[in-house]
Ligand binder design. Structure first.
Ligand SMILES: [Fe+2]
Length: 211
């Protein structure tokens, strides 16, 4: 299952140093009880510009709001198959239902064998971005994978390790954790008007992707 230049994710040659992790954890502590939709606090570039430095030449391609994840995927709902949407209003003045095409995740945990999978729909059903997940947006107890079953085929899988990864988030995907362990990770979304092919081509132009 390798599509060469058409993968739904690419590791990037960007360096994460220990100092960066300290910056992220300090921002998380400052924000954890505010600025959050569901569980993930949101940091803005205005308040925490140093968090954007890691993006290098790709910095202008990304929104000025980043999600700081410090949770299990089950708690976040991302263990269920889903499409990423604008629920954190990372695209200002745009519907929270707008689908986001590309994310750049910065892992700040030791790899533990977690697998992200991408799926292709094999039926004509109208499936909503979070049709495999239920939750009222407030209480943790309601965040659950539901039992909806649609015929889907797995088209790619990837284990996140120590490198930043570009993820195609506008097609069905989910993340399966080996064990329900808290993972610290930043998740940037590319601007609303940036499509996946353009972002991958740009990362290649800057020699951030080795194939
Ligand atoms: Fe996602």
């Amino acid at each position: 299952m390798n599509f060469g230049q058409n993968n739904p994710c690419y590791e990037l040659n960007l360096d994460i140093n220990e100092n960066y992790k300290t910056l992220v954890l300090s921002a998380f502590d400052e924000l954890k009880d505010k600025n959050k939709k569901y569980l993930q606090p949101e940091a803005t570039k205005k308040e925490f510009p140093e968090l954007w430095n890691i993006l290098g030449p790709l910095e202008p391609w990304f929104c000025e709001k980043v999600r700081i994840i410090n949770h299990t995927t089950e708690d976040l709902g991302t263990s269920a198959i889903h499409l990423d949407v604008n629920e954190h209003l990372q695209y200002e003045s745009t519907s929270p239902d707008a689908i986001t095409q590309c994310a750049l995740n910065i892992p700040l945990f030791e790899p533990v064998g977690d697998i992200t999978r991408w799926w292709r729909q094999k039926n004509p059903d109208v499936i909503m971005p979070y049709d495999f997940w239920i939750g009222d947006g407030n209480s943790l107890e309601t965040h659950k994978t539901n039992n909806n079953i649609y015929d889907m085929e797995c088209i790619y899988e990837f284990e996140i390790k120590n490198k930043p990864v570009l993820f195609r988030t506008g097609i069905w995907h989910n993340c399966e954790q080996k064990a329900p362990q808290i993972r610290c990770m930043l998740s940037f979304h590319a601007h609303y008007t940036v499509d996946w092919d353009t972002l991958v081509a740009t990362a290649k132009k800057y020699d951030l992707i080795s194939l």
